[in-house]
Design a protein around this ligand. Structure first.
Ligand SMILES: *[C@@H]1O[C@H](CO)[C@@H](O)[C@H](O)[C@H]1NC(C)=O
Ligand SMILES: *[C@@H]1O[C@H](CO)[C@@H](O)[C@H](O)[C@H]1NC(C)=O
Ligand SMILES: *[C@@H]1O[C@H](CO)[C@@H](O)[C@H](O)[C@H]1NC(C)=O
Ligand SMILES: *[C@@H]1O[C@H](CO)[C@@H](O)[C@H](O)[C@H]1NC(C)=O
Length: 615
């Protein structure tokens, strides 16, 4: 009898569990991996071990293993180790770098980015990873946030640095270029010095005082307003971010295709550092190329790649081919893919797992959708919530602030409703903020959320959690929008527009475009009296000073800023009116690729909405 009952229970238990929660196994698996990773992090906490140590481990175990493939060359772990020894010695001898110093890297995606970063780590130095698209005032600003002593730049970026040399000189910064000679005063050559240096290992004593809380890198973000900010990434954070590849079930035989910029945290922390942790091969590309994507994947037996939503759409938009499913890719990790693209992609290119993630460089919270449910950015898990308490709170989009109850506390939204994501700041989920920017750091903190004296990180993102616990991204608040996977700070763009002598006021915002993720840049300008909008001058200016993703693609000229609404109401209205010439009676301009600002027409509008003009 008892045997019979046990048998019945054993037979039906899985069914019962499944009926109650069809994701039971995925949830269980998540819990097991999370506990394993937590255990490992606690070990690293006891006895400090950096991502550089993980690299050196791989070098010891298998020096011949291919580490990086770039263009037609491949470099082994052993080779990378020796090359970074040389660079470290050259930098120590000629730039006087030592433990605790910061050096800024201004390099495109190329192997030297990795070698120089490893070299800095070997000296116990902090790498400040500058965005190689930024120029002039922004570049100088980024540079001055991190107190770097030295700037190391790629030979192809000399011109951008020449422009700010006087400013760098004022800050007393040594500038080195990765080439054999330099004919510019104030820029010293580095490659010749590297060539002459020894490749013998450096003593770990050089970095003896580095610990889990020491900064490992500065990574720039345009999280909310103004100029880019340097998020402080310490060694603990490096480990947390790079463990994503463990969650994804990556093993040492995998090959990662990496074309995302190494100066962002997805490419650098999750991609590169994650790859080093797993000891895998990285196929590095300077930039994404839709025509070479699958060719590269086939040629190098790529098994994993990282994406941003746009990339997946570009891939789906290419003409179908017979060999679409002929590759070894098994997993795509990234964020921002839309549900329809998700389905298209899998149908077209085969059974590739998609791991959609959510997080930000500086944030103390992240999610990923380990179940693979199309459209969700993550899934709630009680274990995660226990270790990283977070909540979605009611938010007033007009006033741009959280709604508070009569006692002054925030209100958690019920399941299914959209709310602002906030995450508790505490010992285990710290928020380190931005280097030398107390004001912006404070702006990301929210106090007295659920009780007096508590402290939360304000993500600035509106999310929704459904009844099954899946998390969906809804929108981003405040003065940023996302386009082509990059955050654009509206105030920074407005500052650049205001530099034109005919612009009196500038209001920058992002507008949605059918069939595209994120929002594209648009500006409403009020011109100075008796001045005209100079298309050519404006085009030259935005081209010179703003990376392509931040340039306003649409500009509308307003006679006056409406007076009755608040500034914020105005922005909501402008955003809603978008760039439709049928609705907007003001003069309206469109930034045509390679041509400049041209008057907007209904034909252009239609071509954009049906996707004939690619933005
Ligand atoms: C520098 O010169 C050496 C030969 O002396 C050459 O092998 C190397 O490729 C050169 N490096 C650069 C960056 O031009
Ligand atoms: C890719 O895999 C195939 C078959 O598994 C193998 O023959 C080929 O050598 C591999 N190519 C590379 C670049 O590893
Ligand atoms: C401002 O006033 C005008 C006319 O009185 C009205 O049509 C418009 O809706 C008002 N705008 C706002 C944002 O209240
Ligand atoms: C935008 O305008 C349309 C009418 O054109 C209106 O139905 C809609 O509610 C508006 N949305 C917002 C967010 O104001």
């Amino acid at each position: 009898m008892i045997g019979y009952i046990l048998f019945t229970v054993a037979a039906f238990l899985p069914l019962l569990i499944y009926l109650r929660n069809p994701y039971f196994l995925a949830d269980l698996n998540y819990a097991i991996v999370a506990i394993r990773i937590g255990w490992r992090l606690s070990k690293i906490k006891k006895k400090f071990f950096s991502i550089l140590d993980a690299f050196l481990d791989k070098v010891n175990k298998d020096p011949e293993k291919t580490f990086v493939i770039f263009e037609e060359r491949s470099y082994s772990y052993g080779w990378a180790d020796r090359e970074s020894n040389r660079i470290a010695r050259a930098l120590s001898a000629h730039a006087g770098l030592k433990e605790g110093d910061t050096a800024a890297l201004f390099l495109a995606n190329e192997p030297h980015f990795i070698w120089v970063w490893l070299a800095l780590a070997k000296l116990g130095c902090v790498a400040s990873l500058l965005n190689c698209n930024i120029r002039s005032k922004s570049l100088l600003h980024c540079f001055s946030c991190c107190d770097a002593k030295v700037l190391i730049l790629g030979a192809d970026l000399k011109e951008a640095v020449e422009e700010i040399l006087p400013g760098l000189k004022e800050l007393g910064i040594r500038v080195f270029v990765l080439s054999n000679h330099s004919d510019i005063e104030g820029i010293e050559s580095l490659s010749d010095k590297i060539e002459k240096a020894s490749d013998q290992p450096l003593s770990p004593q050089l970095r003896a005082n580095t610990n889990l809380k020491s900064p490992a890198a500065y990574i720039y973000t345009s999280g909310t307003t103004g100029l880019p900010k340097a998020a402080v990434v310490n060694h603990e954070r490096v480990w947390v971010a790079s463990s994503l590849l463990s969650f994804a079930g990556v093993h040492s035989s995998d090959v990662l295709y990496l074309y995302l910029p190494l100066y962002h945290s997805s490419g650098f922390l999750m991609g590169l550092c994650g790859a080093i942790d797993k000891g895998i091969t990285v196929v590095l590309r300077q930039k994404f190329s839709v025509s070479n994507f699958w060719k590269d994947c086939r040629k190098h037996n790529v098994t994993i790649f990282q994406y941003i939503g746009e990339i997946m759409r570009y891939l789906c938009n290419t003409p179908k081919k017979d060999n679409d499913k002929d590759h070894k890719v098994r997993l795509a990790i990234g964020n921002g893919i839309r549900p329809d693209t998700w389905a298209d992609f899998q149908e077209r290119f085969g059974n590739i797992g998609i791991l959609e993630c959510y997080g930000a460089t500086e944030s103390n919270i992240g999610f990923f959708n380990y179940v693979g449910k199309a459209g969700a950015i993550g899934r709630e898990h009680f274990l995660y919530k226990l270790s990283c308490p977070y909540a979605l709170i009611r938010y007033d989009t007009e006033k741009e602030e959280p709604v508070r109850n009569s006692k002054g506390f925030c209100i958690e939204v019920p399941k299914g409703e959209t709310g602002l994501l906030v995450a508790k700041i505490k010992e285990r989920t710290p928020f380190y903020g931005y280097a030398k920017n107390k004001q912006q750091t404070e702006k990301k903190k929210l106090r007295d959320v659920f009780e007096r004296g508590d402290l939360y990180f304000n993500s600035g993102d509106l999310l929704r959690i459904d009844h099954e616990g899946f998390i969906y991204f809804q929108d981003r608040i405040g003065d940023t929008f996302r386009w082509k996977g990059e955050n654009v700070a509206t105030t920074e763009v407005a500052d650049h527009l205001l530099a034109m002598d005919f612009v009196d006021e500038a209001n920058v915002y992002g507008v949605r475009v059918p069939g595209h993720e994120g929002r594209i840049g648009m500006a409403a300008l009020k011109l100075k009296e008796n001045m005209d909008f100079d298309c050519e001058a404006m085009y030259q200016h935005v081209k010179n000073y703003l990376p392509s993703y931040a340039r306003p693609r649409f500009i509308r000229i307003q006679d006056a800023v409406e007076v009755n609404g608040t500034y914020k109401q105005l922005k909501v209205k402008l955003t809603n009116e978008s760039f439709n010439p049928e609705i907007i009676m003001d003069p309206l301009f469109f930034l045509e690729d390679g041509k400049g600002y041209v008057p907007m027409t209904p034909e252009i509008f239609t071509a954009i909405t049906v996707g004939k003009i690619k933005l």
